[in-house]
Design a protein around this ligand. Structure first.
Ligand SMILES: Nc1ncnc2c1ncn2[C@@H]1O[C@H](COP(=O)(O)OP(=O)(O)OP(=O)(O)O)[C@@H](O)[C@H]1O
Ligand SMILES: [Mg+2]
Length: 386
C-alpha cells in the first residue's frame, strides 16, 4: 500500500493548463476516485501520477520516494515506480496468451519461473479465468479481456494501481459486476487505488473518497456521502444528480439550516447550508427530484402548489415536470406510495413538499470554474432512476 502526496502539480499543453497547481493526498490503502466531465484533467492527473507524463511543475511523493520534483529536475519514469495500470482499451498484448499477458510484468521483474507460474495461477483464479489461461486474448469477450488486464495489473503486487475508465466499454450489468470485482481485489490485495470515471454512480459505489475536478482543479473532495448529501457548489450538486438547483436570496438562518426565496417567485425552501450564509446573501437551493414529493394538502415548510406539465412513467417511479409560480421543477414519486388511480396526470394541480433535511443551500461565492456545458439539470436524462 502506497501513500501519495501531490503538491503544486501543473501540466501545460502549450499555453493551456490541463492541470493547475493541484494539491492532493491519497492515503495508503484507500480507493480514491477522480470524477469529472470530459476534458477536466482526470487522465492527465493519472498519467502524471503513473509517470507516463512529465508535469510542467510540482512535486509527487509516492511512499517514501520523491518521483517528481520539477524544481530539482527529478522524474522517475513509469517502469521504475512500481505501479499497476488498467486502461479503458485493455491494452493487452494480442500475440500473447492469457497466461503470458499476466506473466509478463513478473518476467520483467525477474521472478523465478516456478513462483511466476504459481502467481499467474493465483491471479487468474482471483479474476475467475482459471480455465482460459491458454486462450489467445483476442479470443475473449470484452469483460474477459478486462479481467486479464486486472490480473496483469495486480500480478506484481504493486503498492498502487491506476484505473482510467476501465469499465466504460462494458454493458451496464457487467460494469456493475466488474466494479465490484475491482473493489474486492483492492481489498484482498491491500493496494492503494486511484480510479478515474465520469460516472457518479460508479464513483459512489466503489470509493472511499471522491475527488471532483473541473477545468484542471479540484473543486470538492470527500466521502461519497459528503458529496452526495452536501455538495458545496452548484457544479458538484449537478454532477451528483440534484435535478433542482434554483437561484435565490437567503431570507433566514437557523443554525445550520437556511431559508432561500427563489428568484422571481414567492417560493421559499429551507435546506442545510453547505457554507457560511447570512440573510441577504445570494445562494442556490438544491434538491433531488426524489426529495420533492407529493404531499397531503396543507401549508408549511417546504410545501408548494404546482401544476403537472408532464409525467414520465418509469415503472417503479413516476417523474413529474411541475410548474410552480412560473418555475419548472422536477419531482419524482415512487409508485409504491401511490394507488394506481392517484398517479398525477398532466394538467392536475397538487401540493408537493421538499424535505428541508435533504435540500442544500449553496452560497454563490462557492461557484467553481466550469465550462458552459456542464449543467445537465432539467433534462430527462437527469431524472432517470439511479
Ligand atoms: N497531448 C495533449 N496535447 C494537448 N492537449 C491535451 C493533451 N492531452 C490532454 N490535453 C488537454 O488537456 C485537457 C485535459 O485532458 P484529459 O485527457 O486529462 O481529460 P479527461 O478528464 O481525462 O477527459 P475524458 O473524460 O474525456 O477522458 C483537455 O482540455 C485536453 O484537450
Ligand atoms: Mg480521460
Amino acid at each position: 500500500m502506497t501513500e501519495v502526496q501531490v503538491s503544486g502539480l501543473t501540466k501545460k499543453y502549450g499555453a493551456k493548463a490541463a492541470l493547475h497547481e493541484m494539491d492532493l493526498t491519497i492515503e495508503s490503502g484507500q480507493f480514491v476516485t477522480l470524477l469529472g466531465p470530459s476534458g477536466c484533467g482526470k487522465t492527465t492527473t493519472l498519467r502524471c501520477l503513473a509517470g507516463l507524463e512529465r508535469p510542467s511543475a510540482g512535486r509527487i511523493v509516492m511512499g517514501e520516494r520523491v518521483v517528481v520534483d520539477t524544481a530539482r529536475r527529478t522524474f522517475v519514469p513509469a517502469d521504475k515506480r512500481q505501479v499497476g495500470m488498467v486502461f479503458q482499451s485493455y491494452a493487452l498484448w494480442p500475440h500473447l496468451s492469457v497466461t503470458d499477458n499476466v506473466a509478463y510484468p513478473l518476467k520483467v521483474a525477474r521472478m523465478p519461473g516456478r513462483e511466476r507460474a504459481q502467481r499467474v495461477r493465483e491471479m487468474l483464479d482471483a479474476v475467475g479465468l482459471s480455465d482460459l489461461g491458454k486462450r489467445s486474448v483476442t479470443a475473449l469477450s470484452g469483460g474477459q479481456q478486462q479481467r486479464v488486464a486486472l490480473a496483469r495489473a495486480l500480478a506484481a503486487r504493486p503498492g498502487i494501481i491506476f484505473y482510467d475508465e476501465p469499465l466504460s466499454n462494458l454493458d451496464s450489468k457487467l460494469r456493475y459486476q466488474m466494479g465490484q470485482q475491482v473493489r474486492s481485489l483492492h481489498n484482498r490485495f491491500e493496494t492503494t487505488s486511484v480510479y478515474v470515471t465520469h460516472d457518479q454512480e460508479e464513483a459512489i459505489t466503489l470509493s472511499d473518497r471522491i475527488i471532483v475536478m473541473s477545468e484542471g482543479v479540484i473543486v470538492q473532495s470527500g466521502t461519497p456521502s459528503d458529496l452526495y448529501d452536501r455538495p458545496n457548489s452548484a457544479y458538484v450538486a449537478d454532477f451528483m444528480g440534484f435535478q433542482n438547483i434554483l437561484p435565490g436570496t437567503v431570507t433566514g438562518v437557523h443554525g445550520k439550516t437556511a431559508d432561500v426565496r427563489v428568484d422571481d417567485t414567492s417560493l421559499v425552501f429551507s435546506g442545510i447550508a453547505t457554507g457560511e450564509v447570512s440573510i441577504g446573501d445570494r445562494a442556490d437551493i438544491a434538491f433531488r427530484a426524489a426529495h420533492a414529493r407529493l404531499s397531503p394538502d396543507g401549508s408549511g415548510a417546504g410545501r408548494f402548489r404546482g401544476t403537472v406539465e408532464r409525467t414520465t412513467y418509469l415503472g417503479s417511479a413516476v417523474n413529474l415536470l411541475v410548474r410552480a409560480d412560473g418555475l419548472p421543477m422536477r419531482v419524482r414519486t415512487e409508485t409504491a406510495e401511490l394507488s394506481a388511480e392517484s398517479v398525477p396526470a398532466a394538467g392536475e394541480e397538487h401540493t408537493f413538499a421538499v424535505s428541508p433535511d435533504r435540500a442544500v443551500v449553496i452560497p454563490h461565492e462557492n461557484a467553481v470554474p466550469a465550462g458552459d456545458d456542464y449543467l445537465t439539470t432539467m433534462t430527462d436524462a437527469a431524472v432517470a432512476p439511479r
